[in-house]
Design a protein around this ligand. Structure first.
Ligand SMILES: NC(=O)c1ccc[n+]([C@@H]2O[C@H](COP(=O)([O-])OP(=O)(O)OC[C@H]3O[C@@H](n4cnc5c(N)ncnc54)[C@H](O)[C@@H]3O)[C@@H](O)[C@H]2O)c1
Ligand SMILES: O=c1ccn([C@@H]2O[C@H](COP(=O)(O)OP(=O)(O)O[C@H]3O[C@H](CO)[C@@H](O)[C@H](O)[C@H]3O)[C@@H](O)[C@H]2O)c(=O)[nH]1
Length: 451
């Protein structure tokens, strides 16, 4: 099939590349010229496992094309995917400016029958609005073509985006047109093979399924973080509680890891957008607001623990002049994405308290520099290429992102490098007993504190 994908971010680039890998001809369109020129040269704007190799292969064999010219893609395609960003607006709703601009452009450009698929995460009712905008343009220009607007939300996770797209748990298709549904099933068939994985519904329910999925996952995390707080007070260990809870087949183990808060470009903005949509329809969501409130508190918890240790255990009067090593900057392992990362909240709080930071991340340093670009931060953060070097002469180590290479560090090196044998772990990676035997003070999330 011939396909246009609008937007070459995490979703658009991965989706377009995966479609091209199955033998489709895909036009990837973006408004950023530099990005498109880089992609043609095989320079990938994001870090994502296996992506570079697939992009280069399919660009070379002519299945994957990059352009800033939407018209070029549309004239040569029958299906068009919208995969542009829907970031959080100032009022915390989803900003749909790019979506509606594209709908208008499509109305102007389309010159044959077309399936327009929304892959971006958009609030309920957006598909109807896209239909209206395209129809308005068609009316002005007296166009006879048929356009079917479909909702096909994306569920990929950063870090495993290619693997998730190649083998999705499900493909949700929101459409009321039988022929359109059959065409999309054919397109997705190589990815799902099993027809049970197609879930067909109306557009509004498909749009809502995406928000409900993310809200459910975010709720599980905030719920476990609340359990973690209760564990800390009562002397239970949330790591063990997770096993006790997750072993119930009705509950399952995934997304039950307590930690220093969820980040990324999706959960924070999508939970907020769902709250906003609900309020627009005069419904006040209760759970969703608490999910966000708990997450806000969790992002501050490492700072609170660090402060407590140095003030109460070490007897300092403040944190001024300390140097802290931070392992992991991205919002999760496997990605260079820094959006809504807990590391940013922590670094800002530490620096405001007069602390110097030595940081190490295997992939996210460039993105971190873009976000922490105020003079104050530039002066107080050092970025290292080696995780152990980053700990030299530091007053303590904090683990924020659980990259694999942090899982089994050489504690002897840490012991030699750190001025205090203390580790604050935002992702509960180490064995409590082992670290205690080695003489470390080890602070996790959801385990009784030993100050
Ligand atoms: N990142 C994820 O893991 C993920 C997963 C599932 C769904 N989503 C959703 O998918 C959508 C895209 O997310 P993303 O992370 O890929 O965004 P992104 O910010 O990484 O990429 C968006 C791209 O769209 C381009 N763009 C903006 N306006 C354009 C226009 N008019 N024409 C062409 N290109 C344009 C931008 O230049 C950018 O390259 C969002 O709605 C997001 O919520 C994201
Ligand atoms: O048990 C857990 C699982 C995750 N997290 C945190 O949650 C955040 C999000 O993680 P994850 O969901 O793995 O990453 P995303 O790439 O943001 O993916 C989510 O958001 C995407 C965008 O909508 C969806 O497509 C995915 O299905 C959904 O998992 C990260 O900060 C994680 O550290 C936890 O704290 N505890």
């Amino acid at each position: 099939m011939n396909i246009t994908v609008i937007g070459t971010g995490y979703v658009g680039l991965v989706t377009g590349t995966c479609f091209s890998d199955m033998g489709n001809k895909v036009y990837c369109v973006d408004i950023i010229e530099e990005k498109i020129e880089d992609l043609k040269k095989g320079i990938i704007p994001i870090y994502e496992n296996d992506l570079e190799e697939m992009v280069v292969k399919n660009y070379k064999n002519g299945n994957l094309l990059f352009t800033t010219n939407l018209e070029e893609g549309i004239k040569n395609s029958n299906i068009c995917f919208i995969a542009v960003g829907t970031p959080m607006a100032k009022d915390r709703s989803a900003d749909l400016t790019a979506i509606y601009k594209i709908a208008k452009n499509l109305g102007e450009i389309i010159d044959h029958d077309m399936i327009v698929v929304t892959k971006s995460t958009v609030p309920v009712g957006t598909g109807d609005k896209i239909k209206e905008i395209i129809a308005e343009e068609f009316k002005k220009l007296n166009k006879p073509w048929q356009v079917h607007v479909v909702s096909n939300p994306e569920f990929l996770k950063e870090g495993t985006a290619v693997a998730d797209s190649m083998r999705p748990d499900r493909v949700v298709i929101g459409s009321d047109d039988e022929k359109t549904i059959e065409i999309l099933k054919e397109l997705y068939y190589p990815f799902v093979k099993n027809h049970d994985r197609f879930i067909i519904m109306d557009i509004r329910s498909a749009e809502m399924s995406k928000y409900a999925s993310n809200a459910m996952l975010a709720t599980r995390i905030s719920f476990m973080n609340e359990m973690a707080m209760i564990c800390e007070k009562t002397g239970a260990d949330v790591n063990k509680v997770r096993l006790g809870v997750g072993s119930d087949s009705r509950i399952g183990y995934s997304f039950l890891y307590a930690g220093c808060g969820y980040g990324g470009s999706c959960f924070p903005k999508d939970v907020q957008a769902l709250i906003k949509v609900s309020e627009n329809y005069n419904y006040t969501p209760k759970i969703l607001k608490e999910v966000e409130n708990i997450n806000y508190e969790m992002k501050k918890i490492l700072f609170e623990k660090i402060k407590k240790y140095f003030l109460e255990t070490k007897g300092l009067k403040d944190l001024k002049g300390l140097k802290i090593a931070i392992w992991g900057l991205s919002f999760k392992p496997g990605t260079d994405d820094m959006r809504e990362s807990t590391s940013v909240v922590l670094i800002k709080e530490l620096i405001s308290s007069g602390v110097y930071i030595n940081s190490y991340d295997p992939k996210a340093v460039n993105e971190a520099k873009k976000i922490l670009n105020d003079q104050l931060y530039k002066e107080k953060i050092s970025y290292f290429n080696d995780k152990y070097e980053a700990t030299e002469d530091c007053d303590g180590l904090v683990l924020v992102t659980e990259w694999n290479e942090f899982r089994s560090p050489d504690f002897k090196i840490l012991e030699n490098n750190l001025k205090n044998k203390v580790i604050f772990d935002g992702r509960n990676q180490y064995n409590n007993d082992l670290l205690k035997n080695l003489g470390f003070k080890y602070y996790q999330i959801g385990v009784l504190e030993d100050f």
